[in-house]
Design a protein around this ligand. Structure first.
Ligand code: MN
Length: 478
């Protein structure tokens, strides 16, 4: 890894007055507090519903800190990354550089560095364990199956290669030292099945209370046997310090707050769920993989992080890496794709807005088909021209209102694979819709020319308001 590869594309050199990426949860809490984005809620808030009620109402405005929840000595934090701009700040880049920076980090991972002493292991608990006593485990939504670890990075190793995988899974407390874990058919699933076929348990560690960039890196869409902690290192501009677990060979971030160590039991499935998920609906209760906990380590003054299902923090953590991946995917075939956005109204998974610089008639429809090939979760894709702000849903709606004709610009693909968490389709099979809201390539210039007042963009509204009074009678007399 040469130094050049670690530098942001903007040409700003780290250390050269450029903002540095944030490296620990505690630094991030300080950063938020200094900008009036952190609310410390009263002590002793209830872990069942009350904590998530506060966190949800403040979602997107303030991160929340809950001292002594239900009297528990370990505080809970939530809503750490519930705003795109905050994530850009954590990376130390401008908002427009958010996706390019993530793309660059995913392509240029930085191997981690092992340390012997770690804050994450200051306190060690071993069997017999009662997780609900050691950790403040909240229950979020009305019909959730029970208390959950919702913001834990699950780290497992490939039983053959030893390569690690990092991902977030919902983990329901089902016994004093037992968790029911939803393992969708991705990388953790593959490693768990490899161990299971050999009749063996699979060691696993759940890391709770970590910096925002490692959280984001855990959601990167990279091939199997790519350790997402190396992407965290690239985002942090340093080899991530890791420590060996006390009960397995798994390496976990040394600066984490809490690590729950255990193993997936082979050929054991027990009911887990329901759980409030990102589309604002419940994920169903069903038999799931079971993790038995063998140790818990944490800092002396540990902090527990929870993500309230369906909130902005939940949606954004998945959306940014998905946007970066979709942008890379689309640009392979369409170099004129300028930007993509998974909109909040589309639960940051189902609706994609794409901005293109149109160079050929018909291109909008090709981009629609390309996007659907990039992620089965996508349900509706809207393609617009470069004069439309895709981060403003009103702008996108304006483009649909004035540049789209349903008989000419609509693409429908029936009976295709979608998200199983979309309750309107048939168990994951449904329709795709693409809307080409680009103007015709060779339209007469004035027909689609957006109206514009010369100089409007030069007016500093805050400055005007500061200098203006409201006493119009006096103003007209003088
Ligand atoms: Mn992976």
């Amino acid at each position: 890894m040469n130094k050049h590869e670690l530098q942001p594309k903007s040409g700003r050199v780290p250390g050269d007055n450029a903002p540095q990426p944030v490296r620990t949860l505690r630094d991030w809490l300080d950063h938020l507090a200094a900008r009036d984005r952190l609310a410390v809620v009263k002590p002793n808030v209830g872990l069942k519903f009350e904590l998530s009620a506060y966190a949800k109402r403040l979602d997107g405005q303030r991160a929340t800190v809950f001292p002594k929840p239900d009297g528990h000595p370990i505080p809970v934090v939530s809503g750490l990354v519930s705003n795109r701009g905050w994530i850009a700040e954590a990376m130390g880049v401008e908002p427009a550089e958010l996706l390019p920076r993530f793309q660059e980090a995913a392509l240029n991972p930085v191997p981690w560095q092992e340390v012997k002493q770690a804050p994450a292991q200051e306190i060690v608990h071993r069997a017999p364990l009662d997780l609900a006593k050691i950790l403040p485990l909240p229950t979020h939504n009305e019909h959730d199956g029970g208390p959950y670890i919702a913001a834990g990075l699950m780290i497992v190793r490939n039983p053959k290669t030893g390569k690690q995988n990092v991902s977030i899974h919902r983990c329901q407390l089902t016994g004093p030292n037992r968790l029911g874990v939803l393992v969708l058919p991705r990388h953790t699933f593959v490693f768990q099945r490899m161990a299971e076929e050999a009749g063996a348990p699979l060691d696993a560690a759940i890391v709770i209370g970590i910096d925002p960039l490692t959280l984001l890196a855990s959601q990167a869409i990279v091939p199997i046997d790519h350790d997402e902690l190396e992407i965290a290192g690239a985002l942090q501009h340093r080899p991530l310090p890791v420590v060996k677990c006390v009960a397995s060979d798994i390496r976990v971030p040394a600066e984490a707050e809490i690590v729950v160590e255990g193993r997936f039991l082979p050929n054991v499935r027990e009911p887990e769920g329901p759980f409030g998920e990102f589309p604002q609906y419940y994920g169903e209760r069903a038999p799931r993989e079971v993790m038995e906990i063998v140790a818990v380590t944490h800092r002396k003054d540990a902090i527990f992080h929870t993500i309230v299902g369906g909130g902005l923090e939940h949606q954004l953590l998945g959306a940014i890496p998905k946007e970066a991946t979709l942008l890379t995917h689309l640009r392979r075939n369409f170099p004129n794709v300028l930007d993509v956005h998974l909109s909040p109204g589309g639960v940051m998974r189902f609706h994609l807005f794409v901005k293109i610089r149109k160079t050929q008639e018909g291109q909008g429809k090709n981009v629609i088909l390309g996007a659907f090939a990039g992620s089965f979760d996508l349900k509706h894709v809207i393609v617009v021209d470069e004069d439309v702000d895709i981060h403003n849903p009103t702008e996108v709606e304006w483009a649909v209102a004035t540049r789209f004709q349903a008989d000419r610009d609509l693409v429908i693909v029936p009976d295709s694979q979608g998200s199983k968490l979309d309750p309107s389709n048939r168990d994951g099979v449904g329709a795709k819709m693409g809307i080409d809201a680009t103007k015709p390539f060779k339209a007469p210039e004035m027909v689609f020319k957006r109206i514009h007042v010369p100089g409007e963009e030069m007016i500093d509204v805050a400055e005007v308001l500061k200098r203006s009074g409201s006493d119009w009678r006096a103003a007209l007399k003088s």
